[in-house]
Design a protein around this ligand. Structure first.
Ligand SMILES: Nc1ncnc2c1ncn2[C@@H]1O[C@H](COP(=O)(O)OP(=O)(O)OP(=O)(O)O)[C@@H](O)[C@H]1O
Ligand SMILES: [Mg+2]
Length: 254
């Protein structure tokens, strides 16, 4: 596993408040990585910086074998480089069916060479992506009548249709039923077999099922990193995030 993303000494202040403070860490390829940490730790800001939505005050974010510095690319350029992002709120086209939503995403992702060399069967491709996100039997369903969890899956499917090398997912489990959460974990584990997937999540059961390396952010820096068991046994993590054992295992800031 080599590093796909290398964040080095990145800082970002908002009105003098250091949201990201000399942050350094890297993500491999393929890899599934969870990011946890209290509210305001800088988790979402980290994703904003990687995708170019926010510009850092300093530091570099190197990506890919050419070690391109993402902080010098436009948001569109970063997306074209293979970085997909899922926001907390699903943004699917409600009036369109699952198949139509996926077909639009597949079209957007088609490279000119694909079009020249073969004419992929869009219907089959959409069905294949739908199966990857548990929506195989919902192809003809308008997205607007899907459950919240299914909308989230559709959006994950629309991102996967674009075959990102790095997929960033912010709090996917929020608002899902426990059955939906379980299926979401399986989906992300599967997606991370062939790419880098970074997941921000407060739900510790969800993070445990991901079964991956965990980075704990606090005050814009890495507080701890390692297996979930390793980081949750760290007194510093217990102190700022998990609370005393008698508070239970759920993160108290969730
Ligand atoms: N665009 C912005 N303008 C001003 N302040 C911001 C902006 N984005 C983030 N912040 C501030 O930066 C800090 C880190 O916020 P961020 O959203 O990254 O935290 P988080 O770890 O994602 O928290 P949560 O778990 O609540 O989602 C917060 O204090 C937040 O108010
Ligand atoms: Mg956040």
């Amino acid at each position: 596993m080599s590093a796909l993303l290398e964040v080095s000494g990145v800082s970002k202040s908002f009105d003098g408040f250091k949201a990201i403070d000399n942050l350094s860490f890297s993500v491999g390829e393929p890899e599934l990585r969870a990011i946890i940490g209290p509210n305001g730790a800088g988790k979402t800001t980290f994703m904003d910086l990687v995708t170019g939505k926010t510009r850092p005050d300093g530091g570099t974010i190197r990506y890919g074998e050419m070690s391109r510095d993402l902080t010098r690319l436009s948001e569109a350029g970063i997306a074209r480089a293979g970085i997909g992002r899922k926001f907390q709120k699903p943004t699917v086209f409600e009036a369109q069916t699952v198949a139509e939503n996926l077909t639009m995403a597949l079209r957007a992702a088609r490279r000119p060479l694909d079009v020249l060399l073969r004419r992929p069967d869009q219907g089959a491709a959409a069905a294949e992506v739908a199966a990857r996100v548990g929506l195989a039997d919902r192809l003809a369903t308008p997205a607007g009548i899907l459950s919240h969890g299914q909308k989230q899956w559709l959006e994950i499917g629309m991102l996967l249709a674009q075959e990102p090398r790095l997929l960033l997912v912010d709090e996917p489990a929020a608002g899902m039923t426990s059955a939906e959460r379980e299926r979401t974990t399986a989906m992300l584990v599967e997606a991370a077999r062939t790419r880098a997937v970074v997941v921000i999540e407060h739900d510790m059961e969800f993070v445990r099922r991901l079964g991956c390396r965990v980075t704990v952010l606090h005050e814009g820096r890495v507080l701890a990193e390692g297996s979930l068991d390793h980081v949750t046994a760290d007194p510093k993590v217990i102190d700022v995030y998990l609370g005393r054992p008698e508070d239970g295992v759920e993160a108290r800031h969730a």
